[in-house]
Ligand binder design. Structure first.
Ligand code: GRF
Length: 187
């Protein structure tokens, strides 16, 4: 199988990188991670790029400069799929149009509920009994693109928010690789 080339955009911890990279070692997994880009020079996730010898680029610039450099990198490396994983900048319409149908994101809620930030706090305040994560296509509406898959997690009243976040993150680490397999019908 000829694998597609993927790039991951991160701003922070980058734990989703590790799960995607681990899965990408399976010969049956449809993508190889060819590049990691961050807008934050202190992003811990850069360490995964170093550890797994994946090329990475820190683009610590304003949004338009960031996008200009990122577009050049993505084109030069012929990236087929761009995965956003905790990437904290909102991409411009211009950028999204250039990579239309090629960008996916993971969001810590059961979309369409709780788009945007502070999803866990808002779900708890609304007395939700469950939350989870969603992998979706990225379009011009914030967290509004077509859903690829969701994973549900029960909200346990006796745990604190940090424990809940950790449990959802463990599901994210399964959900992101599963979503990539689903896109390319590779199970
Ligand atoms: C995840 O919780 C994801 O849902 C959100 O940002 C976080 C990224 O986590 N979009 P990590 O940086 O991959 O550990």
């Amino acid at each position: 199988m000829v694998k597609k080339s993927a790039c991951i955009f991160i701003s922070g911890k980058g734990s989703n990188i590790r799960s995607i990279i681990n899965n990408s070692r399976d010969y049956n997994f449809p993508v190889n991670i060819k590049l990691i880009i961050t807008n934050n020079k202190n992003a811990l996730g850069i360490n995964f790029a170093k550890k797994f010898s994946i090329p990475y680029k820190v683009i610590d610039k304003n949004k338009s400069e960031f996008e200009k450099v990122a577009i050049k990198e993505l084109k030069e490396r012929r990236i087929d799929l761009l995965c956003l994983a905790g990437f904290m900048k909102i991409l411009t319409k211009n950028f999204l149009r250039k990579f239309s149908g090629k960008i996916i994101n993971i969001h810590p809620s059961l979309l369409p509920k709780y788009k945007g930030l502070n999803t866990f706090k808002r779900a708890i305040e609304k007395n939700e009994t469950e939350t989870g994560c969603t992998v979706h296509w990225v379009n011009e509406k914030l967290d509004g693109g077509i859903i690829i898959l969701k994973k549900r997690v029960k909200i346990n009243k006796s745990e604190d928010i940090e424990q809940l976040v950790n449990r959802v993150q463990r599901e994210e680490h399964k959900a992101y690789p599963m979503a990539i397999r689903k896109i390319y019908n590779c199970y």
